[in-house]
Design a binder for this molecule. Structure first.
Ligand code: DX5
Ligand code: ZN
Length: 228
């Protein structure tokens, strides 16, 4: 039996003037999570949005909110994003000096904890917290912008992480973020990814949100990974 892959549209590429409508399209197309990119202009060059907008989005949808904190000192802002309604709070291993404490803190509030790895960061930097996290996000681009090219070495990284998680019998899911398209989605899943995240492959002028989500899903379902 093949693993069911979750799809997480990232609203960074959405039409913000029609956000409510676009969220409904994501829901009807069967999106599993809604990914929200929080950028602070320090950890990454760009500034996006903060907790008040997440709180507004929370009122627009029941989708699981997957909050990607691309910010320095994430420990200072956890509470705000938890109170805003985030379901999964992801922090970068490069930004959290006390990663273990941050993960415990997120979980102590009943939220799912995720850790993210930049393309240049090895998986052993999260090895010690693997038993304590709900997901690991493998970045397939250097964070900061939507629409960048997928870095192929992410596939090998996902595969190595899959082995570590399976060998340790941990529950953490693997999410791939950046440059995910129908053309590389199957390879991500074959390597062991559980959640595929996509912004420009979902929100674009070429097709509707629904058609794009269905295209991604059929790309992974026709090439679904067999259990090991
Ligand atoms: C990268 C963000 C992503 C990204 C996805 O900094 O974390 O979520 O914008 O965009 P696409 O899918 O267009 O690469
Ligand atoms: Zn992201």
């Amino acid at each position: 039996m093949a693993r069911t892959v979750k799809l997480a549209p990232s609203i960074i590429a959405a039409d913000w003037t029609r956000l409510a409508e676009q969220l409904r399209e994501c829901e009807s197309a069967g999106a599993d999570y809604l990914h929200i990119d929080i950028m602070d202009g320090r950890f990454v060059p760009v500034i996006t949005i903060g907790a008040p907008i997440v709180e507004a989005i929370r009122r627009l949808t029941d989708l699981t909110l997957d909050i990607h904190l691309m910010i320095v000192e994430p420990e200072k802002h956890l509470q705000a994003f938890i109170e805003a309604g985030g379901d999964i709070i992801n922090v970068h291993a490069e930004a959290a000096i006390h990663l273990h404490r941050v993960v415990q803190d997120i979980r102590s509030h009943g939220r799912r904890a995720g850790v993210c790895l930049n393309p240049g960061t090895p998986i052993n930097s999260v090895e010690e917290v693997l038993p304590d996290v709900d997901q690991v996000m493998v970045m397939a681009v250097n964070p900061g912008w939507s629409g960048q090219k997928f870095i192929p070495s992410a596939i090998g990284k996902v595969a190595s992480l899959r082995r570590l998680i399976d060998e340790g019998r941990y529950q953490a899911e693997i999410e791939v973020d950046g440059g995910v398209k129908p053309e590389n989605a199957a390879a991500c899943v074959a390597a062991g990814s559980d959640v595929l995240l996509a912004a420009s492959a979902v929100f674009n002028a070429e097709a509707s949100i629904g058609a794009n989500i269905r295209r991604l899903r059929s790309a992974v379902e026709t090439n679904a990974r067999l259990p090991s």
